[in-house]
Design a protein around this ligand. Structure first.
Ligand SMILES: Nc1ncnc2c1ncn2[C@@H]1O[C@H](COP(=O)(O)OP(=O)(O)OP(=O)(O)O)[C@@H](O)[C@H]1O
Ligand SMILES: [Mg+2]
Length: 309
């Protein structure tokens, strides 16, 4: 005859001990933790450039979702879309047809940023400087311009002190290259945020990126520093993802956020609704991870003396 506690043990094994059940329990605990977590904004403006010359690693997804998660924490955030593909503008639901005044006009025709910044329908605190297809030509057009590496920085220096309300964060979404657009972002920013996709070849190209950063520090912007690495599209079921994450943490123990962004369908489908995943499904695993990452980013500032503008 079966003992009663044996039956209970086997029943609890069949339900609570499945990986899915554990994941769900973990997710609801993390949601509760986020609800009870308080973070304070520093009152300064932090300018982060989200860069990696490798394509498709999650730069845009990270820029827009961290931005929305920061807004959720009370921050006022400006996303600068510096990629001619205009993916960040799309994800923030901001019009960016060829006729829209854009970052192109700021970089090439010296329009004030205030003339092109739009408010995302998602929140009055979420702002976007859109990109249009014209920006594809800017890379070449900038070559012959005076102060070609400083255009974005100058525009921000004029905009930030005169903005309607204090901006807590500027996030610059870079194209997948190390051309003049990215160099403008490096010259304008204080912090570099590198998204790394947890796949083979993840670290390839990183030394070239960091070499460029060292050149920028030396010649154009001594304030720029690598403050944050975020692991994206993580699939914990594969050993490869675990190995890549471990290797990146070994190389950059201080910079890598503890939060890892999981591969998630909700994250990838949000932009087709012109939304961030925070608005689209704020309780999903991807949204929870981006909300946790935003908390870490805010907290890291209070722990360091750098990064102010
Ligand atoms: N956590 C995630 N889960 C699932 N899909 C994701 C996730 N993050 C990004 N993606 C998808 O991966 C693709 C590349 O992401 P994204 O556009 O953010 O990369 P990127 O580095 O900005 O690319 P590019 O170099 O072209 O600018 C997109 O289709 C995006 O929806
Ligand atoms: Mg992109």
């Amino acid at each position: 005859m079966k003992q009663p506690d044996e039956t209970e043990a086997s029943a609890s094994f069949s339900f609570d001990d499945t990986p899915l059940a554990r994941e769900l329990a973990d997710l609801s605990a993390r949601r509760r933790a986020l609800d009870t977590t308080n973070v304070e904004l520093s009152g300064r403006t932090r300018i982060l450039t989200v860069s990696n010359q490798k394509g498709g690693v999650g730069k845009t997804t990270t820029a827009v979702n961290i931005a929305a998660a920061l807004v959720d924490r009370g921050a006022r955030v400006l996303v600068i879309d510096l990629d001619p593909q205009g993916n960040a503008s799309t994800a923030l639901g901001v019009p960016h047809t060829a006729e829209t005044p854009s970052v192109y006009d700021v970089l090439i025709d010296e329009f004030p940023l205030a003339d092109i910044v739009q408010v995302s329908p998602e929140s009055p605190k979420l702002l976007c400087a859109p990109s249009t297809i014209h920006l594809a030509g800017a890379e070449i057009e900038l070559v012959s311009q005076v102060a070609r590496e400083h255009r974005l920085r100058t525009a921000l220096e004029e905009y930030l002190p005169n903005a309607e309300a204090h901006i807590d964060f500027v996030l610059i979404d870079c194209p997948p290259s190390l051309g003049l657009l990215t160099i403008n972002a490096f010259t304008a920013a204080n912090e570099l945020l590198i998204p790394i996709q947890c796949e083979y070849y993840a670290l390839e190209g990183l030394s070239q990126l960091l070499g460029t950063v060292r050149m920028i520090q030396k010649h154009l912007n001594p304030r720029l520093h690598l403050s944050t690495i975020i692991l994206t599209m993580y699939d914990g079921r594969t050993r490869l993802a675990q190995q890549v994450a471990e290797e990146v943490r070994q190389h950059f123990p201080k910079e890598v956020l503890s939060t890892v962004i999981p591969r998630s369908v909700r994250v990838s489908e949000a932009p087709s609704f012109g939304q961030t995943v925070i608005a689209y499904d704020g309780q999903s695993a991807g949204a929870v991870a981006y909300r946790e990452a935003a908390v870490e980013i805010i907290r890291r500032d209070s722990a360091s003396n750098e990064g102010g503008a």
